[in-house]
Design a protein around this ligand. Structure first.
Ligand code: PLP
Length: 417
């Protein structure tokens, strides 16, 4: 057996997947980053990139934000981990910051978006079964949604590709097409516990939920005593120009979930619920060894305090509007561009063909962005991105689309050459 220690080098190497000691669960680009600051990343060869993907909507305050570094460094010197068997003052403070700025009253901290959604599903079932009886367990979700990779959350996800090979899947989930009110109404029955939805389907193609449909969901929940779970894992923490995307709709979910931007890149997730749900999650109902450590919740405190001190949400709203306007003006009429949509700094550019290769062209030119489904370019800059950086990114996207889109349309492009 090869010695794993002696074969490690100080610099990351672009090993072939077959040579790697990692499971090949990711189709990785041949780039490794060494450093990040603000809107920029530098790879191990020193090349600089303007980052319009932010680790997929995670580094919302930019890379290595000073305020979060200071707080984390201080906490690193003091205390990292105790146990949820003890009081954790940082956890209390982080929870208070979340509830003071949302419609929620109680928080449970975990470690990722999938875990937050898993907990939300458990909370919904626990509450409904306590209040309405054992038979209330079903969760209704929507086609093209994405809720995570655990068995329950991939079952909740409305995309077959994430479920392949993992059967049998947990029972108690029903998926209906988004915006199909008849299908939704027929899915509601005596077993329904909750409806779970993303306000903007991010992974699924940057599709905002239509406000009228959302109102129908709220009405159905009220009529049938269902809980409304909003998955804010990608849309929350200011990403859409509001602290939480449900605010755009004038609604209040019973439960919402957070992760990604919650710790500015430090891993942490949370589920947030209304006060009446406290009776369902009592001692022993749910737990997590690492959920809400002193260190992780220090990152949450620093993130939210920084957002407040620097008016980050307002800046995201302003810059999001500017980004959409600039995209409309510069590429809106290009025949390859079918639609530009989204809210705040979660923007999708739907194209008339696959865009995967355009991502690689962007990387070669020093701009990082990602896709959302095969035909949609997804832009997720940090929430403090400047106008000059937006201008630079839009010009680069314009160049990429003008130079490469017709070739992409004929499917002959190979790595932008
Ligand atoms: C809306 C949504 N929910 C859940 C998840 C899963 O989050 P995680 O990868 O942290 O488990 C994601 C991740 O992309 C997401 O976008």
């Amino acid at each position: 057996m090869a010695n794993p220690i002696s074969s490690q080098s100080a610099q990351p190497t672009h090993t072939e997947q077959s040579e790697s000691s990692l499971f090949p669960t990711y189709a990785r680009y041949p780039i490794a980053f060494a450093k990040g600051k603000g809107s920029y990343l530098w790879d191990t060869d020193g090349k600089k990139y303007l980052d319009f993907m932010c680790g997929i909507a995670v580094t919302n305050l930019g890379h290595a934000p000073d305020t979060v570094i200071d707080k984390l460094k201080n906490q690193l010197d003091q205390l990292w981990h105790t146990s949820n068997l003890f009081h954790i003052p940082n956890q209390e403070q982080a929870a208070q910051l979340i509830t003071a700025n949302s419609c929620g009253d109680a928080v449970f901290f975990c470690n990722s978006g999938a875990e937050a959604n898993e907990g939300a599903i458990k909370l919904a079932r626990k509450y409904q079964q306590k209040v309405k009886g054992e038979e209330r367990y079903e969760i209704i979700t929507f086609g093209q949604s994405f809720h995570g990779r655990t068995l329950a959350t991939l079952t909740a996800t409305g995309q077959d590709k994430v479920k392949e090979g993992f059967h049998p899947l947990p029972a108690g989930f029903v998926t209906v097409p988004l915006h199909d009110l008849d299908a939704l109404k027929s899915a509601v029955n005596e077993h329904t516990a909750a409806i779970m939805i993303e306000m903007i389907q991010a992974e699924g193609g940057v599709y905002p939920v239509e406000p009228e449909f959302m109102q129908h969901i709220v009405d159905l929940c009220n009529e049938h005593g269902l809980l409304l779970i909003v998955d804010e894992v990608q849309t929350g923490m200011g990403r859409t120009g509001k602290m939480f995307a449900y605010e755009h709709y004038g609604i209040e979910p019973d439960i919402f979930t957070l992760a990604k931007g919650l710790g500015s890149g430090f891993p942490i997730g949370a589920l947030v619920g209304k006060a009446f749900l406290k009776e369902a999650f009592v001692a022993g109902s749910h737990g997590s060894t690492f959920g809400g450590t002193p260190l992780a919740t220090a990152a949450v405190i620093a993130t939210i305090e920084t957002m407040q001190e620097q008016n980050v949400v307002e800046q995201a709203a302003t810059m999001g509007t500017y980004l959409q306007e600039q995209l409309q003006a510069k590429i809106g009429n290009h025949p390859f561009v079918k639609d530009i949509r989204g809210k705040g700094l979660l923007i999708g550019i739907e194209c008339d063909g696959p865009v995967g290769e355009l991502v690689t062209v962007g990387q070669e030119k020093g701009l990082l962005f990602i896709t959302a489904g095969p035909n949609v370019i997804r832009l997720l800059p940090n929430l403090l991105v400047t106008q000059a950086e937006v201008d630079q990114a839009v010009d680069m996207i314009k160049d990429i689309i003008e130079a490469y889109a017709p070739i992409v349309n004929n499917s002959t492009i190979i790595n932008g050459k």
